[in-house]
Design a protein around this ligand. Structure first.
Ligand SMILES: [Zn+2]
Ligand SMILES: [Zn+2]
Length: 344
């Protein structure tokens, strides 16, 4: 596939969303980055805005560093790659992370916990821009048959894959996923593929339960229906602190509770003795470092479908319009088109 006549390829400046402080951001013209010898300059075709990005824009994200160009869920096309000119024109997705590779966490395969981990869109310039740079070794071809918008969902799929790993064995077990957002619906599909006896999502938004049904998943509006019939594995993908107490009650004796949603600095009272009396295992799951190749596999083998999770793409210039949409009427992912889509 070829990608030609992109004005960004020759330009010295580009459009980008720049966050300069909590709640302070604008679409502005900034210098276009130049790739280092081992990097590629990627023209962004699509970028998605997730809950973490909303927190970054609103100023409610832990340890945010400013100024920053957000955007870590993206697909694009290689515009330049000094060490790999053969890649120019290739549609790509990529690993967003740079870990040190030498600390104890990196050595034990948990680079997501590396203390000096850098991530595109947080500590490195992200994809809410016409272009950004990434090491060539981080790139993977966008699979044929996947649109740029679908490519954006590979990043939350990495997050879901790690959460499914943290959930452990699900074969022959009942699984409840709280929150039918993008990550929740991806985790639920992975649980089905993993051999769970039943997989049900809980979400008050009828539109989201409809998407769950389209994916062949069971869906309930209120997780408290599980209080009388607890699930053996519960994954909390809501990012709402107040869900935790009811989620624990919904978890069966000997069961496992996985927290993958990020709830900022909110807190909630809960009953610790439930964890003790039921011998629950409560685990956290942070990001999806190193899971991109697995994500490409589960899409290719049909275990996970991305299409039903998509909504129409908006132009990048409209990014502010989505900031005030209430969560229960927002699409699963707000997707923006940046440069034209490559022809396949
Ligand atoms: Zn995200
Ligand atoms: Zn490290």
């Amino acid at each position: 596939m070829m990608y030609t006549e992109n004005p960004v390829a020759e330009a010295s400046t580009m459009l980008a969303v720049v966050v300069t402080g909590p709640g302070e951001h604008s679409l502005e013209r900034v210098p276009r980055p130049s790739p280092e010898p081992d990097e590629a300059l990627v023209a962004v075709s699509h970028v998605a805005l997730c809950g973490t990005d909303l927190r970054l824009l609103r100023g409610t994200l832990h340890d945010a560093e400013y100024p920053v160009i957000p955007g870590h869920e993206w697909a694009g096309v290689v515009l330049a790659a000094p060490s790999r000119p053969d890649l120019v024109g290739q549609a790509v997705v990529g690993h967003n992370f740079k870990s040190c590779g030498a600390c104890g966490w990196c050595e034990r395969g948990a680079a997501n916990l590396c203390p000096t981990l850098d991530e595109v869109g947080f500590t490195l310039p992200g994809a809410f821009a016409e272009a950004f740079c990434l090491p060539v070794q981080n790139l993977r071809p966008l699979p044929a048959g996947l649109s740029g918008a679908e490519g954006c969902l590979l990043e939350p799929l990495c997050v879901a894959i790690h959460a499914a790993e943290r959930a452990g064995e699900v074969t022959g077990r009942t699984v409840g996923v709280i929150g039918a957002g993008t990550v929740g619906l991806l985790v639920a599909q992975l649980a089905v593929a993993g051999g769970a006896t039943s997989v049900t999502v809980a979400d008050p938004a009828a539109q989201r339960r409809g998407i769950a049904a389209e994916l062949g998943l069971g869906a309930v509006a209120d997780l408290t229906v599980w209080h009388d019939d607890p699930r053996e594995v519960v994954v909390d993908a809501t990012g709402v602190a107040g869900v935790f107490p009811a989620g624990l009650v919904a978890t069966a004796q000997g069961g496992r509770y996985v927290l993958v949603g990020y709830s900022g600095e909110d807190s909630t009272p809960f009953e610790p003795s439930l964890v003790m009396l039921r011998e629950l295992t409560v685990v956290g799951s942070l990001s999806g470092v190193g899971r991109l190749d697995r994500a490409l596999e589960v899409v290719a083998d049909g275990s996970v479908r991305l299409g039903p999770l998509l909504s129409d793409a908006l132009p990048l210039a409209d990014y502010r319009a989505v900031l005030d949409i209430p969560a229960d009427s927002a699409p699963l992912r707000n997707i923006f088109s940046v440069n034209q889509e490559p022809s396949q």
